[in-house]
Design a protein around this ligand. Structure first.
Ligand code: GDG
Length: 732
């Protein structure tokens, strides 16, 4: 079993300078705890930035840090001040963070931030490459490193690479605002497995992929060139036992007692979190203000303890937020406070674990109302810490955690009224009801702990790797390609049946509507000119287009999937009846759907009608396409035409027009000693099925096929044809 390399922006250590000496403090977040539960046999190494810029390190301190961290299974990635400013404070905190949390107006789009982000991702890649072995699994974390999976893939093509995003993936409408959206998707799709906290983020990510890259996906599997990438939800859990057992610790008990004594009989509402605008702190305080104003009976009877943890203090938005918050706290305390009563206890600092869990224990209500939050672990920790005790969680539906905490009071954090109502309901909820609600949530949190989460993610990573291996079992290997080329050379009577779009031309599934390029024309001419070869282009295109594009290369042509055939005499012939009266009843339906689906078009060929929806909204067009298909199947029941679903098209065509029958025109002639057929979509399957077992059949792409072999792309087919034509040396 290989090692696990965890790559994250930060290490699970804080390094600070105190009295001129470097101090190392462990800061085990949820991730570190999750990983510690993996079997001992799985060696782990963690790479990340140690938290101090190069400029702050003196003399041999870099080596000192390296050695000290090595003993803890960590490896530093050193960054300069300029890098941290552009990458972390810039692109991460001023671009990605606000945009992904639905704050487009706070988002800064700066080329120099993007440039540094790219450079730092490359620097991380270089560090990983210094230690990575072939069998290692690499788990990349979070929005700071979204380009890393692709960078690693280029250098470690067969490695297991997983990526987990800790923040939300926004709706594709928000994501598309990002000028570097393609590069970010491309970077992420270098992974084998991409994980998010919730299914909503998975949905948004997949729709970003299909809208922006036009790549296809089914059931969370995205087809990326030669691989399938799995996208799934893994809701991160917490170290349940640590929080549920905290109250057993005398220090925690003492802390809880101290707080209770200071607050007396008053009810305690708790708010804990980093001082970040996404956490909705101002809105929460405003709601508390409104609550006190609407419920005078609670003035003097309830205290809000607000712990705001300093974060990203180098970013202006965060400094401004602190000022606004402190002004608001002052105003509320001034308005409702009395000599013996402070409505808001405000702490601007991070508390030690004992104090934090003491607070969880003593609080009657936890108010967790972010405007957006990937998951929110505080909500889960509060419930865990309330083992066998009452306590009410009010949680925003904009958090990932709300999906798993349905028994809490779930509110819309943009509605002050809803928060006010929830505070009142929470303060007045009977203790028995509180216990009952918490019990259900506790059971869930206990089962899906952070250990389960990390194990689940890593086992899904192994699974997808196995799936990929199975899918590539029929790959046209260099050895088979060599044998194919040898057989070709030995043969005297060769038949080459070649599909056109997606096989000879086209990129990433997009048709080449501008016609063939000079390279493919020259290649086809050369192959056709050889006296031993019969080349047939077997296409779904109409005959006029085929003739215009390929009429002079000397190959035989099959148009409209076999409805038209042009052999050596250059005359088009059809095996079908010319009665196409059925079109009159079908055309209006297709036109109706085209009018109702912006971006779609109808193409009319001699023997078929095609509804194209490649340029329409993919999800909408898919639904429309299903409706249309159902309508067409009904209408064509008694006709000699069928409804066929292809790559972003629905085609109604004569049943007799199929590539298998077309191929038989040539296959029926005896004496071939070499047959090659290549194609990329469902219409080519009929051609593959018509072949004998010895024929070489090659499918471009990796979806299910009866072809004997698969290749990645058009590029690979061209390389093979070049090799056959003699343009490339016949050496593997
Ligand atoms: C990101 C995503 C996602 C907080 N105050 C103190 C303290 N904490 C601890 C909490 C909790 C952690 O910090 C905060 O985690 P959150 O999940 O609430 O939020 P983010 O920091 O924004 O984390 C988030 C998370 O990644 C995991 O994927 O849930 O959505 O934004 O564990 O306990 N700990 C101590 N003192 C404090 O004052 N000791």
């Amino acid at each position: 079993m290989g090692r696990l390399l965890v790559v994250a922006n930060r290490l699970p250590f804080n390094i600070a300078r105190k009295a001129k000496e470097l101090h190392f403090r462990q800061s085990p977040g949820g991730l570190a705890v999750g990983l510690s539960s993996l079997p001992e046999s799985c060696e782990r190494l963690w790479l990340g930035w140690p938290g101090m810029t190069n400029e702050k390190l003196k003399g041999k301190e870099e080596d000192q840090i390296r050695d000290r961290l090595a003993a803890e299974g960590c490896r530093p990635v050193f960054l300069s001040r300029r890098q941290v400013e552009g990458y972390y404070q810039g692109f991460c905190n001023k671009t990605i963070w606000p945009l992904f949390h639905y704050f487009p107006r706070r988002t800064v789009y700066e080329d120099r931030f993007w440039k540094t982000y790219r450079q730092v991702n490359e620097a991380f890649c270089d560090e990983v490459m210094k230690i990575a072995d072939k069998g290692d699994s690499i788990w990349v974390h979070d929005y700071q490193l979204m380009l890393l999976p692709k960078l690693l893939r280029e250098r470690l093509p067969d490695s297991k690479i997983g990526f987990f995003l800790h923040i939300p993936w926004p709706s594709s409408e928000i994501f598309r605002l990002l000028p570097w959206r393609e590069q970010i998707l491309d970077g992420l799709l270098g992974a084998d497995l991409i994980g998010f906290h919730t299914y909503d983020y998975v949905r948004h990510f997949l729709s970003s992929v299909s809208r922006i890259t036009a790549m296809e996906h089914t059931l969370g599997n995205v087809s990326v060139a030669n691989r399938v990438v799995k996208v799934d939800a893994f809701p991160m859990g917490i170290d349940y036992e640590k929080y549920s057992q905290a109250i057993g610790d005398p220090r925690v008990k003492k802390e809880a007692g101290k707080i209770r004594k200071r607050i007396g009989e008053r009810k305690i509402i708790l708010s804990v979190g980093r001082l970040d605008y996404s956490k909705g702190i101002i809105q929460r305080l405003e709601a508390f203000d409104l609550f006190l104003s609407q419920n005078p009976q609670y003035r003097g009877a309830v205290t809000l303890i607000m712990v705001a943890v300093p974060t990203r203090t180098g970013v202006e938005d965060y400094r401004e937020l602190r000022n606004s918050l402190e002004q608001l706290v002052g105003r509320i305390n001034g308005e409702y406070g009395t000599m013996g009563y402070i409505p808001v206890w405000y702490l601007y600092r991070s508390l030690p674990f004992v104090e934090l869990t003491g607070l969880y224990n003593v609080s009657d209500v936890a108010l967790v109302t972010p405007l957006r939050d990937g998951m929110n672990l505080v909500a889960k920790e509060y419930i865990a810490a309330k083992a066998d005790q009452p306590g009410v969680l009010v949680v925003s539906e904009m958090t990932g955690a709300a999906r798993e905490l349905g028994e809490a009071l779930v509110v819309n954090s943009c509605s002050k009224g809803a928060i006010v109502d929830a505070i009142k309901q929470a303060l007045e909820m009977p203790p028995l009801e509180q216990l009952e609600r918490n019990k259900i949530m506790q059971e869930r949190l206990r089962r899906y702990s952070v250990s389960r989460w990390s194990q689940d993610f890593l086992s899904a990573l192994s699974d997808i790797k196995k799936t990929q291996e199975r899918m590539s079992a029929n790959r046209l290997s260099p050895a088979i390609a060599k044998k194919l080329a040898q057989d070709y050379r030995k043969s005297r009577k060769r038949l080459l049946l070649l599909d056109y779009d997606g096989t000879l031309v086209g990129f990433k599934g997009k048709p080449a509507d501008a016609g063939p390029d000079t390279e493919i024309l020259a290649l086809l001419k050369k192959l056709t000119a050889h006296p031993n070869n019969t080349v047939v282009i077997v296409s779904g295109r109409d005959r006029t287009t085929l003739e215009k594009w390929l009429g002079e290369i000397g190959a035989a042509l099959v148009a409209e999937h076999g409805a038209w055939i042009r052999r050596d005499d250059r005359k088009w012939q059809t095996p079908l009846s010319r009665d196409t009266a059925w079109k009159e009843s079908i055309r209006p339906i297709l036109q109706l759907y085209t009018d109702r689906t912006p971006g779609s078009t109808v193409e009319e060929k001699d023997f078929s009608l095609v509804w194209h929806y490649r340029r329409a909204d993919p999800e909408f067009a898919y639904v429309r396409g299903q409706e249309l298909k159902a309508a067409l199947v009904n209408l064509t029941e008694n006709l000699d035409v069928g409804v066929f679903e292809g790559n972003k098209i629905l085609e109604v065509k004569s049943r007799g027009a199929n590539k298998g029958r077309a191929a038989e025109h040539w296959l029926a002639r005896r004496g071939w000693d070499f047959i090659l057929a290549a194609g990329d979509d469902y219409t080519d399957e009929e051609m593959f099925s018509a072949l004998s077992d010895e024929a070489y059949s090659i499918k471009v792409g990796f979806s299910a096929s009866t072809a004997r072999f698969n290749v990645d792309s058009v590029k690979e087919i061209r390389l093979l044809l070049k090799r056959l034509s003699g343009d490339l040396n016949d050496t593997p």
